[in-house]
Write a protein that binds this ligand. Structure first.
Ligand SMILES: Cc1cc2nc3c(=O)[nH]c(=O)nc-3n(C[C@H](O)[C@H](O)[C@H](O)COP(=O)(O)OP(=O)(O)OC[C@H]3O[C@@H](n4cnc5c(N)ncnc54)[C@H](O)[C@@H]3O)c2cc1C
Length: 449
């Protein structure tokens, strides 16, 4: 006889290390109060990141009468969704064709369709709510090269974009210096389809735009999911919600409830935001964002606004199956970012970092999303694979469609993807994960510094 589990308890809750500069430079905001007492909902969404908010929005579009409760463990935007570099990427980082189907570009085209569906959702929320470019800016992004190897990589990637008919523009060394105000870069590639967000402002504004019958409770971690008749009761420290369906949009922490065992790899990355500096110290344009040309390299973004001119540096990955990192790891990353700043934007040497932080991401072994019914009435919308601004938004849309039996081009694309593969057993997964990241950073060479 198969005994079905009747209750799932969170073995750990998210812990965000370091102070996110994106949150710190925003004005104070009143949080939505925590959940207290017992309530009812048609669907409970666990987590108010990209996936959770997108799921709520899509559900409301499908059926505006649905009573939706979003439970967020922390303050909205404290999690990874509010502490990333703010690139909503429309193009995959790797465009190599898989070659096993009649249209070898099929996988890339479908991935682009998925990412652009996510961007369309973000833009529609921005338009409806009258957000300005300080929250969401469809300004495109650059990819910067520093050295021959990365120049070559950019040219090769630009050729693949040509084959796909995707717009782009290669910049010479001199043009790149005009953009960045720095002699450290040798070339750049401009891709117009990326949307840049102030991630904390975006997540907060998105959460605050939701209206009844969508309710959001902050500082209300889901700690127990308990089966009750045909449905579920989701318990928080001070309240509970009875519901028919649950969407787990809490990325790696879906595993903390016991779901998707050996299917998720927990990787952290690190960012710093400089102190405000006098804009005349650095030539070039005053706002631009650049991803590295090589996969595990460094992201650099220059911002201007109410909090002044600042530069964000994001680099380094670590493999942390405990889904937490120490303050020491964050401090070490910050020291690395100081060195990167001096190397890449030498006129800013000594400006120093005001904020340094880390954030968690959940990857799957075969880089596919983990969006599926994991228990009767419980769907996972996780597995951001490092680029959750678009990937997780799409995960949330598809989870919303699955829970309501709604089909779309996106659900068809997801249905054709492989399921997440099992990672090797411990200790091989951890050893392998750490070695792979170290190897990739070594391969990125100068780009990772
Ligand atoms: C420094 C950094 C830079 C990055 N840059 C980029 C970038 O430029 N572009 C990009 O696409 N991606 C970037 N990423 C990755 C991106 O942030 C993630 O992929 C994305 O946030 C994942 O979104 P999500 O909604 O799936 O999960 P999350 O953002 O992790 O959201 C999940 C939410 O669930 C909550 N939660 C967890 N457990 C519970 C529980 N039990 N109860 C209630 N709530 C719970 C968490 O507090 C969190 O708010 C970056 C990440 C970092 C750390």
């Amino acid at each position: 006889m198969i005994l079905r589990k009747t209750s799932f308890t969170a073995s750990r809750l998210p812990h965000d290390t370091g102070v996110s500069g994106w949150v710190a430079i925003l004005a104070e905001r009143s949080e939505h109060p925590p959940l207290t007492g017992a309530t009812r909902a048609d669907i409970v969404i666990v987590g108010a990141g990209f996936a959770g908010l997108a799921a709520a929005r899509r559900l409301s579009q499908i059926d505006p009468r649905l009573r939706i409760v979003i439970l967020e463990a922390a303050s909205v935007a404290d999690g990874a969704a509010g502490r990333n570099s703010g690139f909503m990427l429309d193009l995959p980082r790797e465009l190599s064709s898989k070659g096993h189907e009649s249209d070898p570009q099929g996988p890339a085209k479908r991935d682009i369709y998925k990412k652009r569906s996510a961007i369309a959702l973000a833009k529609s929320v921005a338009e409806e709510n009258g957000w300005g470019p300080e929250i969401l800016d469809a300004c495109g992004r650059y990819s910067l090269a520093a050295g021959r190897e990365s120049d070559r990589h950019l040219v090769e990637y630009a050729g693949q974009l040509d084959n796909l008919g995707e717009a782009h523009r290669l910049l010479s060394g001199a043009e790149t210096a005009e953009l960045t105000g720095s002699p450290a870069f040798t070339s750049a590639l401009f891709m117009p389809g990326t949307v840049m967000i102030q991630p904390a402002a975006y997540i907060r504004a998105f959460a605050d735009s939701l209206r009844e019958p969508v309710r959001i409770y902050e500082r209300s971690p889901a700690v127990v999911l308990e089966r009750a008749g045909q449905g579920w009761v989701v318990k928080t420290p001070a309240g509970s919600v009875s519901t028919e369906r649950i969407i787990l949009a809490n990325n790696g922490h879906a595993q903390s409830f016991g779901f998707l065992q050996r299917k998720l790899m927990h990787v952290f990355t690190y960012a710093s935001l400089t102190r405000e500096f006098d804009p005349t110290r650095l030539g070039g344009q005053r706002a631009w964002g650049a991803t590295p040309s090589l996969h595990t390299g460094t992201t650099i973004r220059r911002i201007k606004g109410k909090s002044g001119d600042r530069v964000l540096i994001r680099s380094h990955y670590s493999y942390n199956p405990s889904i937490s990192v120490s303050e020491g790891s964050v401090r070490r990353a910050g020291r690395g970012h100081d060195r990167t700043l001096a190397l890449r934007l030498p006129s800013l040497e000594g400006v120093g970092m005001e904020f340094v932080w880390a954030g968690a991401m959940a990857l799957t072994w075969n880089s596919v999303p983990a969006v599926a019914e994991v228990e009767r009435g419980v769907w996972a919308a996780v597995g951001c694979n490092g680029v959750g601004a678009t990937n997780s938004t799409a995960n949330g849309i598809v989870a919303a469609e699955m829970t309501t039996h709604t089909s779309s081009e996106l659900t068809r694309i997801f249905a054709d993807l492989d399921a997440p593969k099992k990672c090797p057993p411990e200790p091989f997964a951890t050893v392998g994960g750490k070695l792979t990241l170290a190897w990739k950073e070594w391969c990125a060479g100068e780009e990772a510094r």
